[in-house]
Design a protein around this ligand. Structure first.
Ligand code: URA
Length: 436
């Protein structure tokens, strides 16, 4: 087999055989095939795409480049959730303890933030002592004992994805549906799960800017996961504006804790409960959606979900008192409030500039090695549809370092539109995909 022949076959729109795809992935991981040939292959896939059969083989080859977690000794369903990422999205922090408190194992391997979107691990690391860098052995032991743990990607699971993703990032080949599908599903299947709920974001603050593009991705994710023997449901959800009020790290954990205590913003509650209910359905823990919602509401009301979050934090070396103890939640030293020039109604709040403003204040990473300030934040004090008075605060910036404050203020001011009449209501959950 010659690498150049395989590249040419894909370049000309041909279908690749399983042994050709495996030859490329194995050869790349083992260092026999150089970056420049794989770059060329990725670009051929970007333009010519792959059918379901090829995508499954690619996904399988990436899975087989590492180990698959063996949870066979666990008695009970093992279900995870994956989100394609957004601004203010702290649903994992609600869902992992909430679903685990209902008797489902939730092993979550999450990412770090980059650019305008935040990462679950950065948020969790604002809890004093929390360790997201567990070995797979420690991760397994905590999942067995506590039912859930949240860690970062390790080099043992789907290592081919790490290498391929780094190459895609610098060769403008990230935005290819089969490549995204293989990347996401390989990491999830390697977690040893039975089922997966996918939150595919659509909108200006998301990877997929339109509902139609998000649907194409969601359908391909569902088909591939199913062909690999996993139960799967995908929701397409709106990422036009930030989820909840808090955008940052420590502030997002605090907002997730509010939801676990039965309070919190409506949009965050709705999305967290809907995704969690889908997980209970896949786990066979509820007969229908209403039944699942009822079980979840009980776990919030009886404190089970919040206790589970404290158990997870303690098991991962964190201080669970952080959940109740104000002083442990360090806040940034400065606050700048942005006020409405006139009275009216908030028409829209663009997610991407708000996420970028939070990043400029130190809450996120501009490059993979930027250092995070866990206390920097943007507060979206008013959500769209809300009435606002003249000179009333609609956003607040919290920061320790004001070097990029003016840029952040300009982004936030440009992100919020205020008009005279109430806007048309918008939908948060756009579509549910189970079959396609
Ligand atoms: N997230 C992933 O894990 N992989 C991609 O390719 C895109 C988003």
């Amino acid at each position: 087999m010659r690498v150049a022949d395989i590249i040419a076959q894909k370049r000309d729109g041909g279908k690749l055989a399983a042994d050709q795809i495996r030859f490329l992935v194995d050869g790349y991981v083992q260092g026999r095939i150089p970056d420049y040939q794989i770059s060329s292959f990725l670009m051929a896939v970007y333009f010519r795409s792959m059918d379901d059969e090829e995508t499954v083989v690619l996904t399988r080859a990436i899975i087989d480049s590492g180990i698959i977690m063996d949870f066979s000794r666990l008695e009970g369903p093992i279900i995870d959730k994956h989100s394609t990422g957004g601004v203010g999205d702290k649903t994992s922090l609600v869902i992992a303890p909430l679903v685990a408190s209902c008797g489902v194992f939730v092993p979550m391997i999450s990412g770090r933030g980059l650019g305008h979107t935040g990462g679950t691990l950065d948020k969790l690391e604002s809890i004093p002592g929390f360790n997201a860098n567990l070995s797979l052995k420690e991760f397994k032991e905590i999942v067995r004992r506590v039912k859930s743990a949240l860690i970062g990607q390790t080099g043992d699971l789907a290592p081919a994805d790490k290498k391929l993703y780094a190459l895609r990032d610098v060769t403008a080949t990230v935005e290819s549906v089969p490549l995204i599908v293989a990347s996401i599903i390989s990491k999830k299947v390697a977690e040893g799960i039975h089922g997966l709920v996918l939150d595919v974001k659509a909108g200006s603050g998301a990877f997929m800017k339109t509902w139609e593009h998000a649907r194409v991705l969601a359908q391909a994710l569902v088909r591939t996961a199913r062909l690999l023997g996993k139960k799967v449901t995908a929701l397409i959800t709106s990422m036009e504006e930030p989820l909840g009020h808090a955008v940052g790290n420590a502030v997002e954990v605090a907002e997730a804790v509010d939801v676990l205590k039965g309070a919190g913003p409506e949009d965050l509650k709705e999305l967290s409960f809907t995704l969690a209910a889908e997980m209970l359905l896949l786990a066979g823990k509820a007969r229908n959606f209403d039944d699942a919602r009822h079980v979840l509401e009980q776990r919030i009301a009886d404190g089970g979900a919040l206790r589970k979050f404290c158990e997870i934090i303690a098991a991962q070396g964190g201080d669970p008192r952080a959940i109740d103890d104000g002083p442990l939640w360090a806040r940034a030293s400065h606050r700048y409030e942005i006020k409405s020039p006139r009275k009216g109604f908030i028409q829209s709040i663009k997610a991407e500039p708000i996420g970028k403003a939070a990043m400029l204040l130190g809450a996120g990473r501009e490059t993979v090695d930027s250092k995070i300030d866990h206390t920097a934040a943007v507060w979206v004090c008013k959500k769209s549809g809300e009435e606002i008075g003249g000179n009333e605060v609609y956003c607040a910036l919290e920061f320790n370092d004001d070097r990029r404050l003016q840029e952040a203020i300009a982004l936030v001011e440009g992100a919020v539109v205020i008009g005279e009449a109430p806007p048309e209501p918008t939908k948060l959950i756009l579509e549910r995909i189970v079959e396609c």
